[in-house]
Design a protein around this ligand. Structure first.
Ligand code: APR
Length: 402
């Protein structure tokens, strides 16, 4: 079905109106459609923007199993790469952990998120799924009634109203779903006081591992994306303008923090994209308000330090799809009642591990006695990870699990 056919569709009703065509919204849409549930996806951005937006890329094995279960994994099996090793570079030397062989660890599949989104979109539309691009959800009204309404606005200014039985807010942290929450909703929020310059480089990976460098000048990270593209992170001062570092300075700093002198230089290339990310986390509680359900970044924002965001989004989408299907097809609403507590358990576990990773990877600022104490704790944490098998098992289990 083409976009224009979608637009001409006479109805402005759907059993489930899904806000946002990221991993959460598209996994949800695909499963609902396969289960015979009438749904529509409203997406603020143009199709090309959604298909090209480079984001995360590490899919945990449980995420791959969810996608396989619903026939959504063909592309990642064809083009994804298996990854199962982390390398830590520290002032005390380097060490590798092959996490697939430790604890309950399993390999990741490295598959750029925009490729996954393209696969999900193609699958959804080939199955006849309705989606409206360049359509911003403006408000969710009457969320506590049996007929909630979503008001939306096209990029050209035309507005529309969608009547639903349920609304799935998969529209990220600044979307309409969060704006519709009652004032009493709890938003737990933590600023990790750390910023990263996130870089996408046109350069092959330089390590066969995810590289984490812990350096007194700040953290540096290396994450493969494809055979020609690598993501790097450099810890930077809060407020640093993304453009203020020249490409040469970026590569010199990466070489320095990643110990290129000792371990070999990084393969350099053009910096294709850059942005400064302030590491922040938040969690909305509860994730249900009447007929409105939150999933993905709309439900909880997680710092990228442990690559949990997209994995949580896919897990929540599957749980929500099952619960909506049980209710709409069989009149069984227990799954919807359990959705929020069930997902919050996974979310808080992921937040806890992600926070632990931040403590592992970043030196506290300053050189007073408190900073030096925290520095020594960090060194001790790294040393346990290097030498203690039980700590390595714990790490592997949480690094890949939720
Ligand atoms: N109306 C319609 N669409 C909207 C609106 C709105 N008001 N606001 C935002 N959107 C769209 C965005 O354009 C985007 O395509 O919602 C989509 C949200 O998608 P993502 O940001 O990819 O979020 P999600 O599906 O929750 O995926 C979560 O992926 O990259 C990781 O770390 C990232 O944790 C994140 C995870």
């Amino acid at each position: 079905m083409t976009d224009s056919q979608n637009e001409q569709g006479d109805d402005r009703t759907a059993d489930v109106v899904i806000l946002g065509a990221g991993p959460a919204g598209l996994v949800l849409g695909n499963i609902l459609l396969a289960n015979g549930i009438d749904c529509v996806v409203l997406e603020r951005a143009e199709r090309t923007h959604v298909q090209q937006r480079a984001r995360a890329g590490f899919l945990a094995a449980h995420t791959v199993r969810i996608l396989e279960r619903h026939g959504l994994a063909a592309g990642l099996h064809r083009r994804g790469q298996t990854h199962d090793t982390c390398e830590f570079r520290t002032q005390d030397g380097r060490f590798q952990l092959t996490y697939s062989a430790l604890g309950q660890g399993e390999p990741h599949t490295v598959y750029p998120q925009q490729d996954l989104v393209c696969d999900l979109l193609t699958h959804y539309q080939e199955a006849g799924g309705r989606i409206s691009f360049a359509t911003e959800a403006v408000a969710v009204l009457d969320a506590h009634s049996h007929r909630p309404v979503v008001t939306a606005r096209k990029a050209d200014g035309r507005s529309s109203r969608w009547q639903a039985r349920y609304v799935a807010g998969c529209d990220g942290r600044h979307g309409a779903a969060r704006r519709a929450l009652p004032p009493a909703t709890v938003r737990h929020r933590l600023d990790h006081q750390v910023s990263w310059l996130g870089l996408l480089a046109e350069a092959p990976p330089s390590l066969d591992a995810v590289g984490y460098a812990v350096h007194h000048r700040g953290f540096a990270g290396h994450m493969a994306r494809t055979s020609t593209i690598t993501r790097y992170y450099l810890q930077c001062d809060r407020g640093t303008p993304a453009q203020s570092w020249s490409e040469e300075r970026i590569w010199d700093e990466l070489d320095l923090r990643m110990g290129a002198k000792a371990y070999g230089p990084l393969q350099r290339g053009a910096i294709l994209e850059r942005s400064v990310v302030d590491l922040e986390s938040d969690v909305i509680e509860p994730l249900r308000h009447g007929a409105l359900f939150l999933a993905g970044d709309a439900a909880a924002l997680i710092s990228p330090s442990a690559a949990k965001g997209a994995n949580l989004a896919v897990l929540e989408a599957e749980i929500l799809a099952q619960a909506l299907t049980d209710d709409l097809l069989h009149g069984v609403g227990e799954g919807l009642d359990a959705y929020s507590p069930r997902c919050l358990t996974h979310i808080w576990r992921a937040q806890e591990f992600s926070r632990w990773m931040i403590g592992l990877l970043h030196s506290p600022p300053g050189n007073d006695s408190q900073a030096s104490f925290l520095n020594s704790l960090q060194r001790s944490r790294l040393s346990s990870l290097r030498t203690s098998r039980s700590q390595q098992d714990w790490f592997a289990t949480h690094y890949v699990g939720l």
